[in-house]
Design a protein around this ligand. Structure first.
Ligand code: NDP
Length: 285
């Protein structure tokens, strides 16, 4: 058996085409969704992610602006900029590209963003809303993963979802979203004993570790759905996921590739959240 490949690049393109229609209707109503991206310092990977986000926004008709600040920016300076953007009615979504330079607390910065403009879905208010199952901005990568599963009508309810990784931006929220969809969820991390025994029970396996090819076919149950979140750059410059794709695809029923997998979906969901913000659908009093 060779797995069905869920191509995130194609799916994201489809979603962008639909969003383009939606944005043009909003523009006719006098609302042009606007995303402001804050980039602090000159991390090349961050610059490239920001470029990708701006390009995708432009494609669907979302206007965006980039505020570039030097690596020496103080926490107070960044917080002041965020307050200005919170008070600017023409800005619907605010995204602070992570990581931030060491002198700045990421937590403080995330918490300074008005939750109704938090299109990354990282603010504790939005995370709390997600946990209790309220409508909110969902964090983009987990939201993208859920959308990929739903695009193939993959049954989540009653299934055993095993998540490897427990970061606040991927592992924890993706488990929560799958729990909201009535999966039975197991979280694994670097202290998990006998990882393989757990992953072999997974109907849906989400891998968000950040190490190339840690999951091979022998970690999988026959017919599993495998979502590879990892983005690892190899010495030869190529990108690879956390899953050994060639090996795993012989055992899985569905698998996401890297590149062209979860990455493009993450950006598509950012655009979706920005449109939602422009419509004023998430208001937090
Ligand atoms: P973090 O480094 O924050 O988290 C990694 C997680 O993996 C931790 O919970 C860690 O456990 C766990 N882990 C590390 N080693 C092992 C191991 N040997 N066995 C089991 N668990 C292990 O990473 P992120 O969640 O931010 O990102 C994960 C990957 O996803 C990265 O490659 C990142 O680049 C990629 N990514 C991709 C995105 C996309 O759009 N496709 C978006 C965001 C991230 P512990 O908590 O115990 O340390």
């Amino acid at each position: 058996m060779s797995a069905d490949i869920i191509n995130g690049k194609d799916l994201a393109q489809e979603l962008r085409a639909n969003m383009k229609e939606e944005v043009s209707q909003l523009v006719q109503m006098g609302i042009t969704p606007h995303l402001t991206v804050l980039l602090v310092g000159d991390n090349p990977a961050s610059k490239s992610y920001v470029k990708g986000k701006e390009k995708a926004a432009k494609e669907v008709g979302i206007s965006s602006s980039l505020i570039e600040l030097p690596a020496s920016t103080t926490e107070d300076e960044l917080l002041e900029t965020i307050i200005q953007l919170n008070n600017d009615d023409s800005v619907h979504g605010i995204l602070v590209q992570l990581p931030l330079p060491q002198q700045i607390s990421e937590r403080k910065v995330i918490e300074a963003i008005d939750p109704s403009k938090d299109v990354d879905g990282f603010h504790p208010v939005n995370i709390g809303r997600m946990m209790v199952g309220e409508d909110t901005f969902l964090p983009c990568t987990p939201y993208g993963i859920l959308t990929m599963l739903k695009s193939r009508d993959i049954v989540i309810e009653g299934k055993h979802a095993v998540i490897i990784g427990r970061s606040n931006i991927v592992g924890k929220p993706v488990g929560q979203l799958l729990l909201n969809e009535n999966a039975t969820v197991t979280y694994c991390h670097s202290k998990t004993e006998d990882l393989k025994e757990l992953t072999r029970q997974a109907d849906i396996l989400v891998v968000a570790v950040g190490r190339p090819n840690v999951i091979t076919g022998d970690f999988l149950k026959e017919g599993a759905v495998v979502i590879d979140v990892g983005i690892n750059r190899l010495e030869n410059g190529s990108l690879t996921g956390d899953v050994d794709f060639e090996d795993a695809k012989e055992k899985a029923a569905y698998i996401t590739p890297v590149p062209k997998g979860v990455g493009p979906m993450t950006i598509a969901m950012l655009l979706k959240n920005t449109i939602k913000a422009a419509k004023g659908l998430v208001s937090v009093e």
